[in-house]
Design a protein around this ligand. Structure first.
Ligand code: HEM
Length: 521
């Protein structure tokens, strides 16, 4: 019996399924070609059979936003590519971004469903991955009103201040121990410390536990760190079926499904543990509620229009971990790297924070509004290094005409925020880090000025902007207040690697390692 079944299964997997998939692909292709012939589509490069323009996305060592930026110089600020079998619109100018985020915002408010994201966001229960519609509207409203409004973000100030105090203490202890250095000063890995800071703040705000509190002591590993890292890796990695949906069956055989299942099970049991702890009536009360407390209150509130279940709570927690940690730490690192390369800006920012912190040696959250120059530094950092260079992909929900071009329903959309932030049409010497350019300008990053879009814009613009920015401001203010920063001995600022890494968030490719010298108040 088994000897008969085996060849049959082999025929099915190796011949029949690929044959059916390829036939379906060509049938769809014929239908698409027929309907495209009648449309006035945006310009774009010639497509190869089967893969379309996929080969042009990552030529050589380029990252997708860099390759797309180069293509847009050739084909214009609105271009259409075919990535695998997915029509993809790429928007690369402020004018075109305004068209899609303002004039056609509703049509452009869909999100494509990616294979890994669907599973890890509890079947798209997270705000960021939910399809445009009633569920997304309600869950976003809950997140905006109950979790991320400015009063609640402000209520977490003690967590931020404590974590930054710990960060300064860790660096101070390192600077006092000269054991591991060659020049008498210890080298600080700021990339690692900034990531720990963001993770600790988000974990304490989300469920009142330190990021390092979930350690696997037996194996000496941080269970949470590994889980978060794997989730980000899966969400940011390349998945064939996101470009060739007819190849979804491959995920069962290429190891992806197994990896995803394992990651999901770990994440899920971790969330279950956290929710159970929060439901324990014996749990000690504290002054402030955390995100899980707030979501459980929403779940039990009879006045809420939508009843949320535990999977939806877990989806929102995934939102907060994924969207709120790497983006913030990457920004802190890029800005510190730019300041070290631009000593005049560093000195000006330090003079400002030290004046505000006079005699106390630290900046408090209530004093951030006085740091005008630091705010310009942060704007300039976001312009040059938006942590999500292509934002989060959108998808058109129906047919639409943009500046005379036809954009079919279901088109995937990338907005190249990094390219727009360096467009010489809006920015003088666009590659220069020059915070003073904002002195005479009211341009801001909150989604109203389409030449600066690190948080996106429109209905689906980032709801965590206040949460992210306040941590970035407070961290930078205190790093600049407490320490003088230098490059390691013998290194020149031209040697500092400013290359970008691939992944869900645009990190600096190599960690930022600097020498810190404690400044006494
Ligand atoms: C430097 C920090 C951050 C940056 C640069 C950033 C950037 C972005 C971008 C570009 C988008 C896509 C916007 C669009 O499609 O127009 C987004 C969406 C989102 N962000 Fe952020 N983000 C940051 C911090 C945060 C934080 C701290 C949270 C939560 C605590 C958060 C939660 C979200 C959520 C839930 C969405 C999805 C919104 C939707 O689809 O309706 N973000 N973010």
């Amino acid at each position: 019996m088994t000897t008969l079944l085996l060849p049959l299964i082999q025929i099915l997997f190796f011949y029949l399924i690929p044959f059916i998939s390829i036939s379906l692909y060509f049938l769809k292709l014929r239908k698409t070609i027929n309907s495209e012939a009648k449309l006035k589509l945006p310009p774009g490069p010639i497509k190869l059979p089967l893969i379309g323009n996929l080969h042009q996305l990552v030529p050589g060592n380029s990252l997708p936003h860099q390759s797309l930026g180069r293509l847009s110089h050739q084909y214009g600020p609105i271009m259409l590519l075919q990535l695998g079998s997915i029509p993809t619109l790429v928007v690369s100018s402020a004018e075109m971004a305004k068209e899609i985020f303002k004039t056609h915002d509703v049509v452009f408010s869909g999100r494509p469903v990616f294979y890994a994201a669907k599973k890890l966001s509890y079947n798209c229960s997270a705000v960021s991955f939910a399809p445009y519609g009633d569920y997304w509207r309600e869950i976003r409203k809950i997140v905006m009103l109950e979790l991320l409004n400015s009063k609640i973000v402000q209520s977490f100030h003690a967590v931020r201040e404590e974590e930054i105090k710990d960060l300064v203490k860790t660096i101070t202890i390192s600077t006092n121990s000269s054991s591991s250095s060659t020049s008498g000063f210890r080298i600080i890995n700021l990339s690692e410390l900034a990531l720990s800071l963001a993770n600790n703040v988000v974990c304490r705000v989300a469920f009142r536990k330190k990021f390092n509190g979930y350690d696997d002591h037996e194996n000496g590993k941080s269970r949470f760190r590994e889980m978060l890292h794997e989730t980000q890796d899966l969400l940011g990695g390349f998945c064939m079926s996101d470009y060739f949906p007819w190849l979804t069956w491959l995920n069962k055989f290429n190891g992806l499904e197994v990896r995803l299942d394992k990651c999901f099970r770990e994440l899920d049991s971790f969330y279950d543990e956290v929710i159970e702890e929060h439901l324990d009536p014996e749990r000690p009360q504290t002054e402030h509620e955390d995100v899980v407390d707030l979501l459980l209150q929403v779940q039990n509130d009879p006045n809420q229009a939508m009843k949320i279940n535990n999977d939806q709570i877990k989806g929102v927690l995934t939102d907060i971990f994924i969207a709120g940690t790497d983006t913030t730490s990457a920004t802190i690192v890029w800005i510190m790297a730019e300041l070290i390369k631009n000593p005049a800006a560093m000195t000006r920012a330090q003079e400002e924070v030290r004046e505000v912190a006079k005699g106390r040696g630290k900046v408090e959250e209530s004093e951030l509004s006085k740091l005008n120059y630091l705010k310009l530094v942060i704007k300039e950092g976001f312009r040059l290094h938006p942590p999500a260079p292509l934002l989060v992909p959108r998808e058109t929900t129906e047919f639409c005409r943009v500046r005379g071009y036809d954009v079919p329903s279901g088109t995937r959309v990338f907005v190249n925020a990094r390219e727009i932030g360096r467009d010489s049409k809006y920015w003088d010497n666009p590659d220069e880090f020059r915070p003073e350019r904002f002195l005479e300008s009211s341009v801001d990053y909150r989604g109203q000025n389409f030449e600066l879009l690190p948080f996106g814009a429109g209905r689906r613009g980032c709801p965590g902007i206040n949460f992210g920015v306040v941590l970035i401001e407070l961290a930078l203010a205190n790093l600049l207040c407490s320490f003088d920063w230098e490059l390691p001995h013998g290194m020149r600022s031209e040697d500092l690697d400013m290359e970008e890494a691939s992944g869900l968030t645009m990190h600096k490719r190599s960690p930022l390692c600097l020498v810190a010298k404690l400044v006494y108040p």
